[in-house]
Design a protein around this ligand. Structure first.
Ligand SMILES: Cc1ncc(C[n+]2csc(CCOP(=O)(O)OP(=O)(O)O)c2C)c(N)n1
Length: 565
């Protein structure tokens, strides 16, 4: 415990919580008050912490995610007991699957009433057990002093993830006299390797040195461990091409000549074909997710696997590994680099060149100004490398992953593991709050935006520099596409019967709304909106029958992809 020179002062649990959060450096918290967390809000009244009143608790969770994903820091959200807590569950589950460090603090009915079906009581601890990295039900005020810094430590250490702290109302009101409070938790990356680990680092280098056809296969873990730069260096010195998963986008710039794009379900043909020929996969911060690997048995069948990951549980989970290193990726690569020999690998790079020429990623004609791929690429040309893009979930998400030039880590925020419609807008609000000097754009669909559209009100409150571009196809597009391709065109529940006027809705909430007309140039309208400050909702009508291609059919190998030629 660090002495912070406090006189012994008396405070209640809620005041103690807020002091502890201030000491962790928390500047902004999103949430909604209610009966079971009102003492916490009362303590917040005196605090320097800024509060964002959202209109649905799920958005509070995703705002915290947007803050955290864009900065790498732990972010906090609040919800009351019962429905407040259940509303925030989706954002917590989403953070777990994408390894995002957030701390969700929920109010609970008084401890003496827990288990009695009291008003607004749900078992938040039980509900969040399988979807958190860790969770706490705080039983008395003394526990709080240690639980809060511990929650931050758990959220950010090792493989990051969400932590829930459920605080009963009577604990919030209990009093305590304290003179010392814990200081800010600082995450220190372990860099002590035993002889066994050093031997394996050497073996990994040998495997890389003798490989004729190596590929880096990198994911979100690379971004979490800030390892992009060192991967770029090794790749350049030894001519090793780099492929990303959806979560790895931004770890390497698309302008890098050795970058071969996103692999998997919607990867370019040449990327998936090239991966298939690898004799060594240097897998970094990935989890061999089926969207990336396709049919796992047929994924890179001739490749030996080196797997480097912070989470031991990922090793050999889905694919047998020939050599694994468990730890933070960046320091492990720093140890590995001196042993890796320079190599021109000209044959391998020639194969890449040929495949790329023969099976490139095919963009639509530039005359097709309303095609989402052209618009997304065009927005990428307008925005700077540091600006931030978020997506919702559906076709527009995959088009964004294919065409948006993500040049830096933490600038492309998307719900990868859970694939949650409704993620985009609140995540963008969180990113905008943490990065007030950057432009933020959310690519959404007419289905997804309606899942958290109430947050237009939060946009009106905060006036962030945030634009939402809605690709409006009148459908749940990705569902329609699956029905067309894999369910015999049995279109059910994928076409909307009515279609709201999103620009009018935006104006109804007090923010600017723009509807792009067929005779207009969509990118010119968007460019003008992007040059103006403040929030704006831009509705772009797009063709319903457009598909995301290529696509790997469910259960098939990546090289069995359809379309995109
Ligand atoms: C909360 C949630 N419910 C259902 C789904 C299943 N789902 C995946 S994509 C999709 C359609 C998304 O439609 P829209 O947001 O309009 O985007 P589009 O595919 O048309 O670009 C649906 C329903 C989901 N991912 N998340």
């Amino acid at each position: 415990m660090a002495n912070n020179n406090l006189e012994k002062i008396k405070m209640n649990g809620a005041e103690l919580l807020i002091k502890l959060l201030e000491r962790q450096g928390v500047e902004t918290i999103a949430g909604i008050p209610g009966g079971a967390n009102l003492p916490i809000y009362d303590a917040l009244y005196e605090s320097s912490i800024n509060h964002i009143l959202v209109r649905h608790e799920q958005a509070a969770g995703f705002i915290a995610q947007g803050m955290s994903r864009s900065t790498g820091e732990v972010a906090v959200c609040f919800a009351t007991s019962g429905p407040g807590a259940t509303n925030i569950l989706t954002a917590i589950a989403d953070a777990k699957l994408d390894s995002v460090p957030i701390v969700a603090i929920t109010g609970q009915v008084s401890y003496s009433l827990v288990g009695t079906d009291a008003f607004q009581e749900v078992d938040t601890y039980g509900l969040t057990l399988p979807i958190t990295k860790h969770n706490f039900l705080v039983r008395n005020i003394k526990e709080l002093i240690d639980v809060i810094p511990e929650a931050f430590e758990i959220a950010i250490s090792g493989r990051p993830g969400p932590v829930v702290v459920d605080i009963p109302k009577d604990v919030q009101l209990q009093t305590i006299e304290v003179s010392e409070l814990p200081g800010k938790f600082k995450y220190v990356v372990e860099e002590n390797y035993d002889n066994e680990a050093i031997k394996r680092i050497d073996q990994a280098a040998q495997m890389i040195n003798v490989s004729k056809r190596p590929v880096f296969y990198i994911g979100g873990g690379v971004i979490n461990s800030n390892a992009s730069e060192i991967i770029g260096k090794i790749s350049k010195a030894s001519n090793i091409p780099v492929a990303c998963t959806l979560m790895g986008l931004g770890a390497i710039s698309p302008d890098d000549p050795l970058y071969i794009g996103m692999i998997g379900m919607h990867g370019a043909r040449y990327t998936n074909y090239f991966m298939q020929k690898a004799d060594l996969l240097i897998s970094l911060g990935v989890r061999f997710d089926d969207r990336a690997t396709g049919k796992i048995k047929e994924f890179c069948p001739d490749a030996k696997i080196i797997h480097i990951d912070i989470d031991n549980a990922e090793i050999n989970k889905l694919r047998e590994t020939q050599l694994s290193l468990v730890g933070s990726i960046k320091p492990l690569l720093e140890k590995l680099t001196p042993f890796i020999k320079e190599n021109d690998r000209s044959e391998w790079l020639n194969e890449l060149k040929e495949l790329k020429q023969k099976y490139p990623f095919v963009m639509p004609s530039t005359n097709d100004a309303f095609h989402p791929l052209n618009i997304i690429k065009g927005v990428g040309d307008i925005l700077s490398d540091d600006d931030i893009v978020t997506t919702d979930v559906g076709q527009h998400q995959m088009w964004s992953a294919q065409a948006y030039p993500v040049r830096k880590p933490r600038t492309f925020l998307t719900s990868g593991g859970l694939g949650t419609m409704g993620f985009g807008l609140p995540a963008a609000i969180g990113a905008a709050i943490s990065n007030p000097d950057k432009k933020v754009v959310c690519f959404s669909g007419d289905g997804s935006i309606l899942m958290n559209i109430q947050e237009f009100a939060t946009l009106a409150d905060l006036q962030p520099n945030l634009k939402v571009i809605i690709f409006n196809n009148g459908h749940l597009g990705l569902v329609r596409q699956q029905q067309e391709l894999f369910y015999g065109k049995h279109y059910i529940a994928s076409k909307f019967i009515s279609n709201p006027d999103f620009s009018a809705i935006a104006r109804g909430f007090g923010i600017k709304g723009v509807h792009i007309k067929p005779e207009e140039n969509p990118l010119e309208v968007i460019r003008k909106c992007l040059m103006e400050d403040g929030p704006c909702i831009i509705n772009v009508p797009v063709r319903a029958e457009e598909n995301v291609l290529p696509i790997v059919p469910p259960g098939k190998a990546n090289i069995e992809m359809m379309g995109g030629e």
